[in-house]
Design a protein around this ligand. Structure first.
Ligand SMILES: [Zn+2]
Length: 384
């Protein structure tokens, strides 16, 4: 099974300068590859594959751009494979590959060639040689890929993906009483079908406030000036802090879910749905849902749990989770309501989470009719 580890590294001045050149060269090759692919296609409708592009790198190194030799050649090749993958994803419906900019996070990848010093205080990176590393926990297994990166706040990291050759645990059976539905809300961050609420933490609010203050100050400074750049770094540091806070929180919740349930049902909040969905809280915001889903996803794999992602269905909060009838009069401000058909009293969010659970299980042959009948909410499959 694959596992990723991320460590902070501390290159010296000379290594920092070399890293900056390598980042630039890898980016140069990527952008050149993208340009070549586009012009080959618009010119004579020819698709260049990764071999064609790698041949081009070899030519470049020999003749025009011998300075590319400073970069590990595998890093340049990986950059071409990444471009190739970006194209494959594009044909599968993702966005068209973008040119890389030096103002974003910088990184390059290697397939191997990385190892630790004997005292484990340093890591060997091709061309860079030994660099100090903060090895907070050891990685074990066969190295698959290594990513060296620099954040916009000037911190350096190495991420190591390993295959530890362990088999994934067997999946737990899908049962009604060990399944949870999770609704993502605005008042609370997430609500489970058995009533556990994860609140929107105050630290998000105070970080967002800080961010607004610093952004306002940035907008008053002259672009490109020393003060502007200093202020920009300040803003980036707050962004980084918020991102870390958010990730920590998402880790906590996803861990809680896999620890306490065997099957987890969540709604699919794909990009187009996200635009329509105004209720999503700031804590999850932006692309946070994808991160949350991927955390639950791999934790489920690690611990042998199940994940069921259901399509978004509009009446989720208006449907009675007990009898299935729809309350058309329900408005956004009604936090509690009573079903006119069966008389059940609902908390709006818990009811939505119950619906998500029920939808997630509706076609599960392992959940029997009698389980549905005996469940606390008395849901019958026929009503779903
Ligand atoms: Zn009802």
């Amino acid at each position: 099974m694959l596992k990723a580890y991320k460590y902070r590294i501390y290159p010296n001045q000379e290594q920092k300068e070399l890293l900056s050149r390598i980042f630039g060269q890898v980016r140069f090759v990527y952008n050149l590859g993208l340009e070549t692919k586009i012009s080959a296609y618009t010119g004579n409708k020819k698709h260049l594959n990764v071999f064609d592009l790698n041949k081009q790198i070899t030519q470049l190194k020999k003749y025009e751009c011998d300075w590319l030799k400073e970069s590990p050649s595998q890093a340049l090749q990986m950059s071409m494979s990444n471009l190739d993958n970006a194209y494959t994803n594009f044909f599968r419906g993702a966005g068209f590959p973008k040119f890389k900019s030096k103002y974003r996070k910088q990184s390059f990848q290697l397939p191997q060639g990385v190892f630790l010093s004997e005292n484990k205080k340093q890591v060997w990176i091709p061309k860079l040689k030994f660099t100090d590393i903060d090895l907070h926990r050891e990685f074990k297994g066969e190295i698959k890929t290594v990513t060296v990166s620099k954040s916009v706040t000037n911190k350096y990291y190495i991420s190591i993906l390993v295959d530890n050759k362990k088999e994934l645990p067997k999946k737990q059976p899908i049962k009604l009483n060990t399944t949870v539905g999770v609704d993502l809300g605005i008042k609370d961050f997430a609500i489970t079908s058995d009533g556990k609420k994860f609140e929107n933490q105050d630290f998000f609010k105070s970080s967002m406030k800080k961010l607004r203050v610093q952004q306002r100050s940035l907008s008053r400074k002259q672009k490109g000036s020393t003060h502007y750049n200093q202020q920009k770094l300040k803003v980036s540091l707050i962004h980084e802090h918020i991102k870390n806070q958010r990730e920590d929180y998402l880790h906590k919740i996803s861990k809680y879910l896999v620890d306490n349930y065997d099957t987890i049902c969540i709604e699919n909040l794909g990009v187009s749905n996200m635009m329509k969905n105004h209720k999503l809280s700031r804590a999850i915001g932006d692309m946070g849902w994808f991160k949350f889903k991927s955390m639950i996803d791999y934790k489920c794999e690690w611990y042998g749990k199940n994940l069921s992602v259901i399509g978004r269905f509009d009446p989720s909060s208006k449907t009675c989770s007990n009898c299935g009838s729809i309350n058309k009069e329900l408005t956004l401000k009604d936090r509690e309501w009573t079903c006119k058909s069966c008389g059940t009293e609902h908390d709006r969010d818990i009811n939505a989470a119950l619906n998500i659970r029920n939808f997630g299980l509706r076609n599960q042959p392992s959940v029997t009719q009698s389980e549905w009948l005996h469940c606390a909410c008395g849901v019958e499959t026929t009503n779903l």
